[in-house]
Design a protein around this ligand. Structure first.
Ligand code: SF4
Length: 415
């Protein structure tokens, strides 16, 4: 992956001063890799559920070590919206690792266009961390570290945020959500937020891999998990998200937390609680096939025995946004979540008003993403990735584009 020009200075520094790594260290926590254990706690509130689930893990190896909590705090949203990790889940993890004698920090590298510390503030995580005098890390602030992916099929190298390698223990703390691009986003996928700055976007822009019948993005996430496998997964199912995840879906309250040392096993159990088979999630299936973790529920030891009692079927993400929003045709090829989120917000906010009376007039074409070879005349091209089609078509610049600007350009061109 080549750096963008504005990153060049940092790249030179990074390449000169930092060695390539190939993976995080093995987990210090006890795990039977053939028969991993996963713990589900429910019904008692996010803080208590997290503490109860963590009681099953012997955290003693964390004593005297530096622990990095990596929640999902990649977007500027309020707490309790099902988009970002519940602050009380993070609070409980800080307290549990502190009680075990660890030095704890909370870090994030958000989606394009969002600043880490602002996002942590907005979603309520900064407040619980500050109350505990726990450091907050903008993981994009310093130069990246290259990590090689020796067995990568889609990617051979990633740029990791340096904290990911400097901390002794990395804990992935996602929210239970469906995801338009990857099926679900749980503890394995949440580690994509340890990729430095805009290098996350590169995974959405990969060419098709010859003879591989999967989206390159999913192959790349499986590749990434060979290097960035967290040492522990704490999955927040307090308030999850179904349908148009990761940011525009509907809330699902499970009031549950899932904890496991094998992140694949924890994700498989969380998937089951969402009514989804982990074998239907390409990055989990491919990672498990390569031996990075276990997703077969028959070989995962889940506690308590009645863990499935809290399961609620999550609505799957739609295959095509045009179905969700009648009277528009959305052409989405190799977009990243930031562009998708802007378009979804635009359609949610203004879709009915702008498009509902247009059934006789044909559908309005809208495009996001870099992967188009051609687009119909009159397509509303949204985001810098569609700039090559802007000649003669309405074009909304931005990376990501903002909703108000999509509305402005739409009104200018179509009214
Ligand atoms: S223009 Fe949109 S799809 Fe392209 S990189 Fe920016 S946010 Fe992602």
């Amino acid at each position: 992956m080549r750096p963008s020009p504005h990153e060049d200075k940092i790249v030179e520094h990074s390449e000169r001063d930092m060695a390539s790594k190939t993976s995080l260290s093995p987990t210090p926590f006890s795990v039977n890799s053939n028969n991993p254990e996963v713990f589900v706690a429910s019904g008692a509130g996010p803080y208590e559920n997290t503490r109860m689930a963590l009681e099953h893990i012997n955290l003693a190896p964390a004593s005297g070590r530096r622990v990095l909590l990596k929640p999902n705090a990649g977007r500027m949203v309020d707490p309790h919206t099902g988009v970002t990790t519940h602050p009380q889940v993070v609070a409980a993890a800080i307290d549990a690792f502190r009680d075990a004698g660890a030095a704890v920090a909370v870090g994030e590298s958000p989606i394009t266009g969002v600043k880490a510390l602002k996002a942590l503030e907005k979603c309520g995580i900064a407040a619980v961390a500050k109350k505990r005098d726990c450091p907050l890390l903008d993981m994009d602030a310093r130069p990246y570290v290259f990590m090689d992916i020796p067995d990568g099929r889609a990617i051979q190298r990633i740029k990791a945020c340096p904290e990911t390698l400097e901390y002794d223990i990395v804990v992935s703390m996602p929210v239970m959500k469906t995801h338009m691009h990857t099926g679900v986003t749980l503890s394995v996928k949440n580690m994509k937020g340890c990729l430095w700055r805009r290098s996350k976007v590169d995974l959405h822009m990969l060419p098709k891999i010859p003879d591989v019948d999967e989206k390159s993005l999913n192959v790349a996430i499986a590749d990434m998990s060979s290097a960035l496998l967290p040492h522990l997964a704490i999955i927040d199912g307090a308030i999850g998200m179904e349908g148009l995840g990761p940011s525009a879906g509907e809330l699902r309250e499970l009031n549950a937390v899932v904890v496991g040392v094998d992140p694949f096993a924890a994700d498989a159990v969380a998937c089951a609680l969402m009514g989804i088979s982990a074998f239907d999630i390409p990055h989990l299936r491919m990672g498990a096939e390569r031996g990075y973790g276990v997703i077969d529920l028959d070989t995962i030891d889940v506690s308590p025995a009645n863990w499935r009692a809290v399961s609620q079927p999550f609505a799957l993400p739609p295959k095509n946004l045009s179905i969700e929003f009648p009277n528009v045709s959305v052409f989405d090829s190799q977009s990243c979540s930031a562009c998708q989120a802007s378009l979804l917000l635009f359609l949610r906010k203004y879709g009915e008003q702008l498009f509902s009376g247009k059934s006789g007039a044909g559908k309005t074409p809208i495009a996001i993403g870099k992967g188009h070879d051609s687009l119909p005349a009159g397509t509303l091209c949204v985001g810098n990735c569609t700039a090559k089609f802007k000649e003669g078509r309405p074009f909304v610049p931005g990376c990501p584009p903002v909703v108000s600007e999509i509305l402005n350009i739409y009104n200018e061109y179509f009214k």
